[in-house]
Every structure is written in C-alpha cells, then in structure tokens.
Write a protein that binds this ligand. Structure first.
Ligand SMILES: Nc1nc2c(ncn2[C@@H]2O[C@H](COP(=O)(O)OP(=O)(O)OP(=O)(O)O)[C@@H](O)[C@H]2O)c(=O)[nH]1
Ligand SMILES: [Mg+2]
Length: 437
C-alpha cells in the first residue's frame, strides 16, 4: 500500500502538532528531512524511541521529535513515523507539504484506522469505538465508547456468534440423521432461544444508548414569565438567556448543553405560551411546541400555587411522552401541590429536578454493555428477526428453513465486527472519522 500522511492534531495554535506517516516508505521519506546527532541513516533509528532532531526542508528548519514504529508493531500494522513539531497550523502544514512532496499521499478521513482494521489490528466495531472516544462529551459516553474500543462489546457479540455457530452445526448434522440427533436438536433450540433473549436485551438497551451518545434533550415549556429562562440560566450556571419581567421575553428556542452526573443534557429554553396577535411571537410559540415534541423530556414550568387552566395545559401536554411538572418561584410563592418545587432564583430543588430527568430517561441501573451505534442495532435487529424465523421453522419441523435462517442470523451479526462487511459499509464507517486518525 502507498504511504499516507496527515496532521493528526487539531489545526490551530497549540503546544505541539503531530504529523503522521504510515506505509512502506514512511521511514525513508521521513529521513529525507530529519537528522540528528545520532540518526544519520535508517539503521540508526531505534523503534519506539522519541528522538530530538531537526526537520530541514529548504530554508525551513524545525527542531522537533521523531518516533518510528516498525511494522507490524504500530497502530496501522505498517511502518509508521510521527513528527512532533511545535504547535501552530502553518508549521505542521509545512511539514506535511514536504512529506507529500517527497512521495507520501494525503490520508483520507480515518485512513490510518482503516488500515489498522484491514491489518486485523481491530474489528470494525472497535474502530467505531475509537471514533466514539474522540467525539465523547460526557463520562457516560466515554464509558460506552471505551467498551466498544477495548473490544468488550465485540467479545459479547463473539460469544453469541459462537453459540449460533454451534447451533448451526448441530442442526446441519440433524438434517442427515434426524432421528439420532433429535435430543441434540432440541438442546440446540434451547440455546438459540437463550441467544434470542440476549439479543432482545441488547436491542432494548439501544434506547438508553442513543440518549447517552447524543445527550438527553429537555425542552423547558410553560406560560410567559413563569421563569423558564431563569431556570435555563440556573442549570447552566451563567446568564445565557435574557430574563425580564416583561411577558414574552423569549422569542426563539435557546439551546445549550450541560453534563450532569456524567450524562449530557441538551437544554432548550422556549418562548412562553400565550394567545398573541404578534406574528413573530406566534412563530416563536410554534417553535416551542416543535421543541417539546422533539425532546426526550418536557419540563413544564408554572408559578407555584397559581392555578392554570387545566384544559389548556392538557391540550399542550396530552400528546407529549414524558413531562415533569414544576412549580417555580417557591422562594416568594411557597411550595405548590404536585410537581417538583423549585426556585430558579435560589437554586432550591434543581438537583431533584435533574435527578428526575435522568430517572425518566437513562434510568439508574445501566446494563453492562449498552448499544450506542445505529449500525450495530440494525445488524442485531436483522440477526434477531432471522433467528426468530429459524426458531419458528424448527417447531414446524423444517430443518432446511432453520439452517437458512440461522446462516442469515450469523451473517447479520458478523457484520458488526466487519468480518463480512461490504466495501460500502466499511466506507461509511470511516467516512465519519477525521483526517489523521
Ligand atoms: N423570586 C423569583 N423570581 C423568579 C424566579 N424565576 C424567575 N423569576 C423572575 O420572573 C420573571 C420572569 O422570568 P423569565 O425567566 O424571564 O421567565 P420566562 O418564563 O422565560 O418568560 P418568557 O420568556 O417571557 O416566556 C423575571 O423577573 C425573573 O427574575 C424565581 O425562582 N424566584
Ligand atoms: Mg424566557
């Protein structure tokens, strides 16, 4: 394979910039520019040692560090070189240009990791874990990403695959010797049923997994002046939205995120609900309702103790899934009946409110492995559907059909690790990586 190069650190001012090379020519290209008192020729380079030297390209001289990873003991499994140069996007770009001028090719997004996958250094879902680690924004997300990247999730899938393969070979044998193998076939189907449960459990964790990955979206809804924007500001810890005692202050949806107990929460403050003839405010109110419908949880704020027209609230909230009723301003109005009592002004009750948001969404007890990737969920859905068909076929005593369904189930599940993933699937996974990873 040709030798690829890219800047692996983010562009912009920083303490260091890393420029990477991977491929058969990595070391020879690197040594056209790098020299030090110890390193004159390729034989002088000690693998896995970071050495100080000078990168020289025409008039450009840069004191930098270089490290060489010899194949196959590198991230990609190929010969790799990294230059650690002083931070600053121009310098790193200049080094990259020199390497490309000397025969390296600019790497495509995720191409280093793709090569690692092709070299058998990691499975496809582990590669997805690498990407998830990079984009994680909360502790919960990081934990799930690590489970993917470290192969814990992969191990669980492999275990299911092993069982299914065993079931398949027993059923294949029972096709030839139906009478002798009757008991074994029955046992196998019990195993298949256990695997079915396992797959169902994994799939049901996807709801939570999605929330952990994308964050829990919470819309703050209510009439004008009840303190929605004050609540948003209190949750963020700084005055993001305008607060005033004028009714109809907020016109647009204001969105910001926080991390609470390791979970990302996307907050949406919305325009207060009221009858209005103002065309701009009407648009704002329509957006409030859209935000409420797209949210995972709606916090409906009222002023504590103030009766609101029940029918009117019903109209707004009836089709919403998860609603938390909140009585605000308890510092001046006292606690209300029903709902969570808070004061956006003093902060009282805010933790209770956030705990309730988590309880309604990600719950308290998370399972060992949570499904976070749509691609994996899709594979398991197909594998489960095929397995269910197979189990049904067994009870109708059609072993040929059972075999077809079992094979389909195994194929779908194998796609997770990338064993039989098509070029399209692989392209799709790595397309979403950044350049240099
Ligand atoms: N005492 C007290 N005042 C509050 C509290 N929350 C909000 N307020 C006051 O209530 C008024 C309205 O607050 P906002 O946060 O702007 O209300 P809103 O619901 O966003 O209003 P709109 O944007 O017009 O829909 C302001 O004067 C706030 O200072 C609270 O917990 N206690
Ligand atoms: Mg407001």
């Amino acid at each position: 394979m040709d030798t690829i190069a890219a800047i692996s650190t983010s562009l912009g001012a920083g303490a260091i910039g890393i420029v990477r090379l991977s491929g058969g020519q990595a070391l020879s290209i690197a040594l056209r520019f790098f020299s030090s008192s110890r390193v004159k020729r390729a034989e002088d380079v000690v693998p896995n040692h970071l050495g100080l030297g000078t990168f020289t390209d025409g008039d450009v001289h840069e004191q930098c560090m270089m490290v060489y990873f010899r194949a196959p003991r590198s991230y990609t499994g190929e010969d790799m070189v990294e230059f650690h140069v002083h931070g600053g996007s121009y310098l790193a770009r200049r080094v990259l240009e020199a390497l490309i001028g000397a025969g390296a090719r600019l790497a495509a997004p995720g191409e280093f990791t793709r090569r690692a996958f092709l070299a058998g250094k990691m499975s496809l879902d582990e590669a997805e874990g690498v990407r998830a680690m990079i984009s994680a924004e909360s502790e919960a997300e990081l934990r799930e990403a690590y489970s993917l990247m470290s192969g814990r999730f992969d191990d669980r899938i492999d275990e299911i695959l092993r069982t299914l393969t065993e079931v398949l070979s027993t059923m294949e044998a029972s096709l030839d010797y139906p009478e002798e193998m009757e008991d074994e076939a029955d046992d196998s189907m019990e195993k298949a049923a256990a695997v079915r449960e396992e797959m169902r459990k994994l799939l049901s964790s996807y709801g939570v997994g999605k929330l952990i990955k994308g964050g829990v979206t919470v819309a703050i809804l209510g009439k004008t002046n009840v303190g929605k924007s004050s609540l948003l500001n209190r949750l963020l810890g700084y005055p993001r939205a305008i607060v005033s005692d004028v009714h109809g202050t907020t016109r647009d949806v204001v969105g910001e995120s926080i991390v609470y107990k390791g979970v990302k929460i996307n907050l949406l403050d919305t325009a207060g609900l009221r009858e209005t003839t103002d065309s701009v405010e009407s648009i704002g109110i329509a957006r409030s309702l859209d935000a409420a419908h797209s949210a995972d949880v709606v916090i409906y704020v009222s002023e504590s103790g103030k009766e609101e027209d029940k029918k009117e609230i019903e109209k707004v909230l009836s089709c919403l899934d998860k609603v938390l009723l909140v009585n605000n301003k308890i510092d001046i109005l006292g606690k209300g009946q029903g709902g969570i009592n808070i004061s956006a002004k003093t902060g009282e009750g805010i933790e209770t409110l956030l705990d309730e948001v988590l309880r309604l969404t990600v719950g308290e007890g998370r399972t060992a492995e949570t499904l976070t990737e749509e691609r994996h969920a899709d594979c398991i859905r197909r594998a489960l559907a095929a397995l269910e068909r197979g189990i049904a076929a067994f009870h109708k005593e059609s072993t040929e059909c059972v075999l077809v369904d079992l094979r389909e189930s195994i194929d779908a599940l194998s796609e997770i690790g990338g064993g039989n993933a098509t070029e399209n699937i692989i392209n799709d996974v790595f397309r979403r990586f950044c350049v240099g990873k």
